[in-house]
Ligand binder design. Sequence first.
Ligand code: SAM
Length: 225
Amino acid sequence: MKFTFVTLFPNLIEPYLKDSILSRAVESNFISYEFYNPRDFTKNKHKKVDDSMIGGGAGMLLFCQPLFDCLDEIKRKDEDAYIIFPLAAAKPFRQNDAKRLANKKNIVFVSGRYEGIDERVIEKYANEVFSIGEYVLTGGELPSLVMADAISRNVQGVLGNEASLDVESYENNLLEAPSFAKPEKFQNLSVIKEYLKGNHSRICDLKFQMSICKTKYYRPNKEKK
Ligand code: SAM
């Protein structure tokens, strides 16, 4: 699968894709990526991409023309490109979205900057819009990376061991139970005794109960589906 990042600041994104799991996924051709810079599509002398808001308001917005031309170009090359806008004012991005979107061939993330993007760009081009949390960031680059990372983990081949996806947080609407690595005792701190007894069905049952407790504690409003 391919990620296309539309951003004024590709250097904020690329280093993350050049290390660790995602770089291996790129080297093995499970994922690829490309950048488009709206500044390359400007038609004004100073390559300006932002302007003041109609109707007043503090700050500047990314205006229509460079983004329209940039996204038209992307669509001309790939009419199935699936365009996502990270926005503070949008529905939350969830694990189910990460799984669902892992089936797309080319996801385009359009990063806003300044006070955001002229709404007409979003109206015309968005297939979906997502917020990554209830706070406001300075730009859409981190949200784009967060979503690309979460989606990539669900692309076949990216994780060495796909079975690890089945017991993770947000599977079955539950948070993951506590986990421990060797040694069994470290600085007088022990692991849960039941984990050491080798009875896998009991361990599984205990983990399930602990998942329920953790979910109730950290997500008291989450309904079990
Ligand atoms: N004025 C906007 C508002 O109040 O909703 C915030 C604009 S923010 C400073 C600039 C850009 O950062 C946004 O266009 C969006 O791309 C990105 N952004 C900021 N917070 C975000 C969040 N929680 N989730 C997704 N994207 C976010």
